[in-house]
Write a protein that binds this ligand. Sequence first.
Ligand SMILES: O=C(O)c1ccccc1NCC(=O)[C@H](O)[C@H](O)COP(=O)(O)O
Length: 212
Amino acid sequence: MTLTKICGLTTPDTLDAALDGGAAFVGAVVFPKSPRHIPPLHAATLFDRARGRAKIVAVLVDPDDALLSEVALILRPDLIQLHGHETPQRAAEARRLTGAGIIKALPIRDEADFASVADWADVADHLLFDAKPPKGADLPGGVGASFDWTLMRNRALPANWFLAGGLSPENLTEAVRISGAPMVDVSSGVESAPGVKDPDLIHAFLKAVSRS
Ligand SMILES: O=C(O)c1ccccc1NCC(=O)[C@H](O)[C@H](O)COP(=O)(O)O
């Protein structure tokens, strides 16, 4: 069964759509530049209903110790997704500081972008392969860009992994068929406008996953 993470949730109705539809992971983006940014205190109130139903993921970009501690104390995520330029050493520190598991996002455009994969074997619970954002993009993730899914075929990977980047209810089946992804992640493909999640699109995405 393919597991799903719905990322960048900010409202009760869209979080409920993800939980009721069977998402295994729900993501809170704590990054002020993002249209999906949710402050830790707000995220803690919202995501409390998800505890025990899905893994709560805090998505952070090159977080300093203060932010890691604040997020750990207030939101208490199951996992921290590191979506910046973090090294394996920094990820190990993040794990120690927060007690949370680690998802490391790796930006992919071509074969060379897999060179660092083995370095993550000891520290990442999951790798998340996302498209490299187009030049000039303001955000490192959540930009709706996809990469060549055939790059994932027959690849030995040290940790269970997510396919991310430009997924939608329309292309999900093809993406899983081509890539062989055991887990998928979506953000802008289930939005009606940047940062505005749509419960119907979330349901449609999760339905497509269940059929894939
Ligand atoms: O979603 C954001 O705004 C974001 C901002 C900064 C870092 C990461 C971010 N999102 C991370 C995700 O896990 C997204 O779901 C992933 O990049 C895929 O996004 P999309 O292509 O829009 O489905």
